[in-house]
Design a protein around this ligand. Structure first.
Ligand code: HEM
Length: 235
């Protein structure tokens, strides 16, 4: 259940990261409910489910990441500490013997640098939750999971990397370098594009019920992984 937050009010400079979390919470939950994602977070997850997820994420990052990064000043990119994540996804797939074959070379261009920053928030945040997913998959799949270079992108530095990202986000409007409303609307638009892409990837890859091993339960259920305590508390 979500409170209603008026994101049309001017954001205070200190709260952009929190505004973004609130403004995209509903879409995040919708993403988590997609079949592709519920298979991934299920106790009966298979290696194929993980590969389907990586293939879908490769499409998402190939379509979005380059143009989002290009739309930001190099200085802001460096301050945020963001590094492209598509190479890590491609390496994880190659390690699993399933190289990615791009379906489309379309790049979804953001409408300005504020929108691009909001879009990068979405892509960066995926690796934050990715660490939680990686732990679940490690328990369920063991060695077959491989190195999880994408899901565990920042490793032990995840919390520190996210805090740095969020504090730079928070500082930008105060310096007149970003309009918070544009950042929020860019994040929403990107998250909705991600939702659409994962929804259609999941529909393409849906396994026939008979393909799933009904006795494959190997790990404890975690019904709602995003119930994990957020790295950045709101208070
Ligand atoms: C089954 C799928 C997913 C699960 C279970 C999940 C889970 C989580 C969790 C547990 C967190 C909080 C982590 C923490 O604060 O330490 C989180 C944060 C986040 N996730 Fe996901 N996630 C999923 C998919 C995605 C996808 C596909 C994206 C975008 C491409 C995404 C974007 C984000 C963002 C932006 C945040 C940061 C929210 C904030 O501002 O605190 N997530 N996710």
């Amino acid at each position: 259940m979500h409170e209603i937050h008026d994101t049309t009010q001017p954001a205070t400079s200190a709260r952009l990261a929190i505004l973004l979390r609130r403004a995209t919470a509903e879409t995040h939950e919708a993403v988590e409910r997609l079949p592709l994602m519920t298979r991934l977070t299920s106790p009966t997850v298979t290696r194929e489910d993980y590969l389907d997820y990586l293939q879908a994420l490769a499409e998402v990052y190939a379509a979005l990441e380059g143009s989002l990064l290009d739309a930001l000043d190099e200085e802001i990119r460096n301050d945020l500490g963001v590094r492209p994540k598509l190479p890590a996804i491609l390496e994880d797939l190659a390690e699993q013997g399933q190289p990615h074959i791009p379906r489309t070379s379309t790049q979804l261009a953001p409408a300005g640098s504020g929108a691009a920053l909001g879009g990068l928030y979405v892509l960066e945040g995926a690796t934050l939750g990715g660490r939680v997913i990686a732990k679940h998959l490690r328990r369920c799949l063991g060695q077959a999971l491989g190195s999880t270079g994408f899901l565990d992108f920042h490793g032990e530095q995840s919390s520190a990397a996210w805090k740095r990202f969020a504090s730079v986000l928070d500082s930008l409007p105060a310096h007149g370098r970003m309009d918070p409303a544009e950042v929020v609307s860019g994040a929403r638009a990107t998250f909705m594009a991600v939702h659409r892409m994962l929804e259609s990837a999941g529909a393409r890859n849906a396994p026939a019920p008979a393909d799933r091993d009904p006795v494959g339960t190997q790990c404890p259920a975690r019904r709602h992984l995003a119930d994990a305590v957020p790295t950045i508390p709101e208070d």
